[in-house]
Design a binder for this molecule. Sequence first.
Ligand SMILES: Cc1ncc(C[n+]2csc(CCOP(=O)(O)OP(=O)(O)O)c2C)c(N)n1
Ligand SMILES: [Mg+2]
Length: 377
Amino acid sequence: MAAALVPIGAKQPHRRPRKDADLAKAPRSKKTVPTDAGDFVLHSLQEAHEQQRRFEATTDQMLHFYEQMLLIRRFEERAGQLYGLGLIGGFCHLYIGQEAVAVGLQSALKEGLDSVITGYRDHGHMLAYGIDPKVIMAELTGRQAGISKGKGGSMHMFSTEHKFYGGHGIVGAQVALGGGLALAHQYKGDGGLCLAYFGDGAANQGQVYETFNMASLWKLPIVFVIENNQYAMGTAVSRSSAETEFYRRGTAFRIPGMDVNGMDVLEVRQAAEIAFKHVREGNGPVLMELNTYRYRGHSMSDPAKYRTREEVQDVREHKDPIEGLKKTLLDAGKTEDELKDIDRRIRAAVSEAADFAENSPEPELSELYTDVLVESY
Ligand SMILES: Cc1ncc(C[n+]2csc(CCOP(=O)(O)OP(=O)(O)O)c2C)c(N)n1
Ligand SMILES: [Mg+2]
């Protein structure tokens, strides 16, 4: 064993020389968990995932996923325009490119029971819940009709009714808060789980690992979801992370990991089936890495000079989640015209949401004094 460092000039601690008798009494090295069986648990979910990667969806289910992803895309495109017009203040982080993650995972949740928490790139997660785009757009534009009465804006959306606990601007903070939500599920014994989303950048935060430790120790019902969109602001994962295979990051805490293609909504949904079952059966947390890509800059004020246009174009052309599902739907017998109709309907709904937001009043000044303190818990 290496000698403990003692500051220069300080008294050396007294060490009794070790005798053979001590050695005889010393407990044998006791490796309690890492048996073959224990290690198998760590890899079993990935193995199950590899055995069946894609969810066997009906055509109606696929159409539903398609509509939800398209709604997020069109909504975000419109939000980008409204930001350009000065109608959205503060920050605005778009989710374009990552749609399959929120749609695939949230479609497997038990509505009204499970809780969700994420970072500031949160519009897509709210839309994936089926929350009215009007109230989300009204929130983005800071209007009274918004889901947080216009006081949260883009980054701090909340809906306790849907068990959606934000919308957080402090990178990684939602992971520890998610641990708390999971503890509440366990304490109440309600059978629910918490889905805690965070980014590849957030995955380097210390509090993430403190949460991993407690969550695994207490077998909390939580699914940690790393949305690896390859960048944290302007920094590529390979420049910031010693281990870029993020699904391995729970291994030291005996949290099984899953490596998932986050650009394929059917793969995401199938992986969710496996992960959620494991958690619901009381086995403790799962760590899912969802490999995805954001097409736009980190936020609306990012010119994205740290990557080439060709890189973005390549993902758009070959891995786009919406185009991918469109192909599957066409193979399943849907026609181009039917899919165009869906797009038309969604564009109309998004325009309606934008008009509603623009024409809604701003919050009353008296709102400055509400929702400041929680009176009772
Ligand atoms: C504690 C903390 N540190 C730094 C920041 C500044 N910041 C905001 S977003 C971000 C990058 C996070 O990247 P990632 O976790 O990959 O999420 P993404 O934006 O890609 O969704 C940083 C460093 C912050 N908001 N909070
Ligand atoms: Mg990122």
